[in-house]
Write a protein that binds this ligand. Sequence first.
Ligand SMILES: Cc1cc2nc3c(=O)[nH]c(=O)nc-3n(C[C@H](O)[C@H](O)[C@H](O)COP(=O)(O)OP(=O)(O)OC[C@H]3O[C@@H](n4cnc5c(N)ncnc54)[C@H](O)[C@@H]3O)c2cc1C
Length: 488
Amino acid sequence: MIRTREEYLKALKAMRPNIYKFGELIEDVTAHPATRKAVEAHARGFDAANTEAEKEIFTTTSSFTGKPIMRHTSMMTSLEEIMANSRLKRTMYRKTGTCTGGFCVGWNAMNVMWAVTSEMDQEYGTDYQERLKQWILHAQETGILVAGALTDAKGDRSLKPSEQPNPDSSLHIVEYREDGVVISGCKAMICGVASSEEIFLLPGSGYKDVDKDYALACVVPRDINGLTIIECRHASDGRDLEEGSFDAPETGVTQAYLLFDRCFVPRDRVFMAGEAKYSGKVITYFTANYRACIGACVAGQGDVMIGAGVLMARANGLSIKPFQDKMINMAVNNETTYAVGVAAMAAGKPHASGPWISDSRLAHTNKIHVATLPYETKRLCQEIGGGIVETGCFPSHKDFTDPKLGALVQKYVKAGKDISAETRARAARLSEWLTLGGGVPGCMHGGGSPDGAKMVVHGTTPYEEFAEYAKKVAGITEEVRDPVKPKK
Ligand SMILES: Cc1cc2nc3c(=O)[nH]c(=O)nc-3n(C[C@H](O)[C@H](O)[C@H](O)COP(=O)(O)OP(=O)(O)OC[C@H]3O[C@@H](n4cnc5c(N)ncnc54)[C@H](O)[C@@H]3O)c2cc1C
């Protein structure tokens, strides 16, 4: 189904309140200052799906039913279809300036689990893929948003889940039943939960049999009984909570801790329950696609940063000419993460069961760029804008509109000819938000830490083969080996 903003907001309002922030239960995520901006960001995707200009990006046809569906509920079985994921993400960032996880992680999760369930069904004679198919049909029929949760609270990073003093540090199965599983534990730092209606839960790592209870994949409604959610994002130090203020934009992002206390998940929503051998496959396939597509996210935010730089230069009274070189560098950074992602997709191939799996080495290479290049783009955005951008160093919206002081504040915030003080203030706050504040999307650890990606690049780089090429080019014929350390 092609959904409208109104249908989406109505569905969110009907959910059981189970999200807390600053100790307060949020009754309505569409209206509460802590969550409404993230909901607004996601709602813009539904607006786009209903426009002639953008419906091709946000909608497609179901490979199961032939009916029109929201793109984020589709199977990605061709290069064209996975590139559509990338395009949707860049477009969403351009519309919102930040991450809309409800359009993203669950979508990748369902495609990855299609591949993994087919492998498990072949080995164990299970019916996981049929269950998943029924759930995908439901997602396509309703157009729901689905957050995705892999990251566990983990506890002590040097210990396995089953070795932790607190076994609930990672989400796990505490009871296997004929009709489903009971789960407890914590998933942490999950994006877009407040804006989503369901959450796709995946294992946080590849596990051995000793940790088989942590090998869990299932989907739960966001308001499932036994789930308490704590919102944790407040990087704009609360300014985004003030109604009507220009100190943060109208869009936003949320992150959450998900605390599961003996939640029952019915059998038809469980797609992995204890098959530790396949938990590593989930991570391999998931990261290959996710780290390919994430290049588009940071490129989309970088596009908005270039735009903010243009606005600031002019609001300060300058043309963009003196900043041309900086803007070119920003554009090169954006296109690099986008292009390496596209390359990873193009070098990938379809899994035997259908879903496209991007090339792992290129995707992890992209994750390393994603964890570095956007920070340089942010630095350049700050350099163009001046101190007003770098530190957010100018009076707040409250002082700007204060009956006594407002006129004076505006007199001194104004700079460029024919550009109002308010426009300069808005462009400055946007730049600050994109580079230091609540809009920063998590380029470093979002989608996994760069050191993990480096391990994959290391493991897939054939150093010895490359040394042979070098030897031949240099005309070396003797063996060149690592020195053998003398035994102590
Ligand atoms: C903005 C943002 C959005 C996110 N959205 C989501 C989401 O929607 N869904 C989701 O599932 N997750 C999400 N995450 C979580 C993200 O996947 C994790 O932050 C990431 O996987 C790293 O895990 P961690 O934060 O626990 O870091 P840690 O595991 O604590 O790692 C910290 C550092 O220690 C290193 N390290 C860790 N363990 C070891 C070890 N044993 N030996 C040596 N070095 C080690 C790591 O390489 C890293 O450099 C998000 C994160 C951010 C910041």
